[in-house]
Design a protein around this ligand. Structure first.
Ligand code: AMP
Ligand code: ZN
Length: 470
């Protein structure tokens, strides 16, 4: 497969460290609030990458952290802790908040067909590892102790910025609007590895350490969790593009300083889901959740389909109109699959291999999921028997995760099942007809409304009245 690597700024042939195996790390959610559908765009695209690698024959191990400590309200090392803020808002303990929103996150993932990672590690469970790594960074001169905190010294690195041609001034912590300068820092990009002193004294979770009672910085958790479960060489690190700086930049700095050799080979960043008012974010602006989509009558897989229709390296604009278009296309796709016959004819293996190769070529080219969806339509149009089409759709869906065969089967079942409550509906329609004959329009309208409330829409024509469920 070819994958764009943010660290080399180009598309590269993917070659894992150990042939046939892929180690993958995903920055998990900060569990102080529900995930919004922007967060979930990142997880959907990372899920497709994982599934594609498995489809392509790799043995993948995917690790994810749960950020339940140490993620501050700003990306700098000052500000209010997001977890504490969430706990205060909901009058719960930090750990209750973390458990509730972790469960909510994975419930959303299930609805979106996002596979549960092989390893999920809450940050609070790894304190000894952080202490071990920070101690070594202090011993080797990559870290220093100042004003009660341990900082990483970015001036010790040959190269600090990895991902973009950042303007150092723009990114400088000390000059960003609303962010106070931390006078303990030797260099403006230095970041905290361990806090014992911070602006806010009410940090709920604290642990003993060689530097005093305190808590870890946000970045160290991902380095340690990844190294613990995926070893010294990581193949792919994923996250949303906002994580590239400073979070991933700092992860690289401390991991490579600790290990003494290059750490992660490929960096995959998913670009943002935006609304017309800008980036969707947990702390500001429009905040859309999977539950809200469901309340509005959308199948969560419609949102997955919407995401697959565009490339992960382009920002994606969310609007209800765009989602409606995706819904129409998804429903149509399911109906087309439902229309395929159940004929148990033998699968045309030669033709199937050709279509599979085209699918792998499309998705394997830097995860071009929209071409992957096009490959599905090509199968539906293909001059092969329906058994072959079904087999191919089931196969591609191992990667796309749209439940096409299951939804098609459900649609067919619904169409063939005797309509539940049909007798009652027919009786009401007859009563309405009689009311109309008797010119009792109020009664006729009332019955129509009653049917509507039951989810039944009626249509009058010369041939009589027909009804459908809506
Ligand atoms: P958080 O829970 O805030 O740490 O974010 C979880 C994941 O969602 C991270 O990988 C973020 O980079 C990503 N993310 C945050 N906002 C967006 C957005 N609007 N669109 C896509 N991904 C996002
Ligand atoms: Zn991370």
């Amino acid at each position: 497969m070819k994958l764009y690597n943010s660290a080399s700024h180009q598309k590269e042939e993917f070659v894992p460290h150990t042939p046939g195996k892929v180690s993958m790390y995903t920055c998990g959610p900060t569990v102080y609030h529900f995930a919004h559908i922007g967060n979930l765009r990142s997880y959907i695209m990372e899920d497709v990458l994982e599934k594609f690698l498995r489809y392509d024959g790799y043995d993948v191990k995917r690790v994810m952290n749960i950020t339940d400590v140490g993620h501050l309200a700003s990306d700098a090392d000052t500000g209010e802790d997001k977890m504490v803020k969430g706990a205060k808002r909901e009058h719960k303990s930090v750990l209750e908040i973390a458990q509730f929103y972790t469960d909510a996150f994975f419930a959303d993932c299930r609805k979106l067909n996002i596979k549960y990672p092989d390893v999920v590690q809450p940050a609070t469970g790894m304190i000894d590892d952080y202490i071990k790594v920070i101690s070594k960074l202090l011993d080797t001169g990559y870290a220093y102790f100042a004003g009660g905190n341990v900082y990483f010294d970015t001036s010790k690195l040959k190269q600090y910025y990895v991902f973009n041609d950042h303007d150092e001034e723009d990114l400088a912590v000390g000059v960003r609007e609303g962010v106070e300068e931390d006078l303990n820092k030797r260099n403006k990009n230095d970041f905290v590895l361990w806090f014992t002193k911070s602006k806010f004294e009410d940090q709920a979770l604290k642990w003993d350490s060689p530097w005093g009672v305190g808590y870890p910085g946000w970045h160290i958790e991902c380095s340690c969790i990844s190294m613990k479960y995926n070893g010294e060489y990581l193949d792919i690190h994923c996250g949303g593009i906002d994580n590239a700086f400073p979070h991933h930049t700092n992860e690289i700095a401390q991991s490579e300083a600790y290990l003494g050799h290059p750490w992660c080979k490929y960096w995959m960043h998913v670009h943002h889901l935006n609304t017309n008012h800008g980036k969707m974010s947990k702390s500001s602006g429009e905040f859309l959740t999977v539950s809200l989509l469901e309340e509005k009558g959308y199948d969560p897989l419609v949102y997955r389909f919407f995401c697959l229709q565009s490339h992960y390296r382009k920002s994606l604009i969310f609007s209800w109109e765009n989602l409606d278009n995706a819904k129409t296309a998804y429903d149509k796709l399911v109906s087309r699959v439902a229309a395929l016959s159940d004929d148990p004819a033998p699968v045309d293996e030669a033709a199937a291999a050709k279509y599979k190769a085209a699918f792998i070529e499309a998705v394997g080219n830097d995860l071009n999921t929209s071409l992957g969806v096009t490959a599905l339509y090509d199968v539906l149009k293909a001059d092969v028997n329906d058994a072959t089409k079904r087999a191919l759709i089931g196969s591609f869906d191992q990667v796309l995760g749209l439940d096409l065969l299951e939804k098609a089967a459900a649609l067919r079942e619904k169409a063939s099942a005797p309509a539940e409550g049909a007798e009652e509906i027919e009786a009401l329609i007859t009563q309405r007809l009689e009311a109309k004959k008797a010119k009792d329009w109020a009664k006729a309208d009332a019955i129509r409304d009653q049917l509507k409330a039951m989810g039944v829409e009626i249509k009058d024509s010369k041939e009589g009245t027909t009804w459908t469920r809506v």
